[in-house]
Write a protein that binds this ligand. Structure first.
Ligand code: FA5
Length: 330
């Protein structure tokens, strides 16, 4: 230990203090020089072993070095690091909700018919038994009442089994020309892979002079091609509804099995998606429209069936289980 050594240690310590960037680093430097085993501390402890003639000067220098190092440490200020802001990074987005697949298809169907000049009408889900059945030419003894497996509320009201009673409400209010669609929820005691106790229909009704079945076929074919593409297989099949004559059901070639037959299409290769026909004169009579002057067509689409075909979903019940893993796929 000589004077030069002490000076070097002092310079080294002051330089290191200057270079520290954090409190942590500063503490390390402090202990390296001033800690129990620090260089300056050991130097001071070693004074007693020196030649007595040197002790005074060395002691003075070591204490001076200790004082300067302590001062430098206490005066050390760290420049506050500026918060780094990268404006090119994408923001953290809140997670947004999504439309339910059934709502999406419903919106798509409604907007296609609105483009064709149809306006939107709505009716109540708790409906008069009279409008749901009697007015539509389904008297109490009619077997079609059983086909609908109805939820009755009391002896006057029921949960509507289809959107067709909206036809009655509209025609009672308004005289032709009429061109409406009626979207909404309907209810039936029915549940399996392609039937749900609550499901959605869109009713269509067009009444005017000289409306024929070919107008109905034209509009529905256009709609189905817009919905499923021009290659989609469409089948009009004769059917029966008490409120239309003649009547038809429309099937789409099952997309799930490419028409080969599967559980969803019950091995037929086809999935029924709508019922339609020419408004029966008995219905016109109930609402007071002259069937000698006017004719019309009506149809009722099943929205879940359309969604199943469009998205390739084999079980209708998936739509209503609210499973996040299922719903986020759309
Ligand atoms: C009717 O409901 C008639 N009101 C349709 C109609 C309107 C015919 C106007 C003529 C004129 P249907 O019961 O077939 O018909 O039902 C129509 C469509 O609803 C079916 O083609 C099917 O796509 C769908 N559907 C019927 N029952 C269920 C159910 N339980 N779950 C899901 N979709 C169903």
């Amino acid at each position: 230990m000589n004077m030069e050594w002490i000076k070097n240690i002092e310079d080294e310590a002051l330089k290191e203090i200057e270079n520290t960037k954090t409190e942590q680093e500063l503490l390390l430097v402090k202990s390296k020089y001033l800690g129990d085993k620090g260089k300056i501390t050991l130097g001071i402890k070693g004074i007693k072993d020196l030649d007595p003639s040197l002790r005074r000067d060395v002691g003075y220098l070591l204490n001076e070095a200790k004082r300067k190092i302590k001062k430098a440490i206490s005066e050390k200020k760290f420049v506050e690091e500026e918060e780094f802001f990268d404006e090119t990074l994408p923001p953290i987005m809140p997670s947004f909700g999504k439309l339910h697949p059934i709502t999406k298809i419903m919106n798509e169907v409604v907007s296609l018919f609105v483009q064709l000049g149809f306006s939107i009408s709505e009716g109540p889900e708790i409906e008069l038994i009279e409008y749901n059945f009697d007015a539509l030419n389904i008297p109490p003894s009619h077997p079609a009442r059983d086909m609908h497996d109805t939820f009755y509320v009391d002896d006057k009201w029921l949960l509507r089994t289809h959107t067709s009673p909206v036809q009655i409400r509209v025609m009672k209010e308004k005289k032709p020309p009429i061109r409406i669609i009626a979207p909404g929820r309907v209810y039936r005691r029915d549940s399996d892979i392609s039937h749900s106790p609550m499901f959605h229909q869109v009713e269509g009704l067009l009444v005017d002079h000289n409306i024929s079945f070919s107008n109905l076929k034209g509009i529905l074919s256009f709609f189905l091609q817009e919905m499923f593409g021009h290659d989609a297989e469409i089948r009009f099949r004769p059917s029966y509804f008490p409120f239309t004559e003649p009547s038809s059901e429309v099937d789409i070639g099952c997309i799930l099995c490419s028409g080969k037959g599967c559980r969803t299409c019950k091995n037929t290769g086809w999935l029924e998606i709508l019922g339609a026909g020419m408004v029966d004169p008995e219905v016109f009579k109930y609402v007071g429209i002259d069937s000698e002057k006017y004719t019309g067509f009506a149809f009722g689409l099943g929205i879940e069936r359309i969604a199943m075909l469009k998205y390739g979903i084999s079980d209708i019940r998936l739509f209503f289980e609210n499973d996040w893993r299922f719903l986020t796929q759309f």
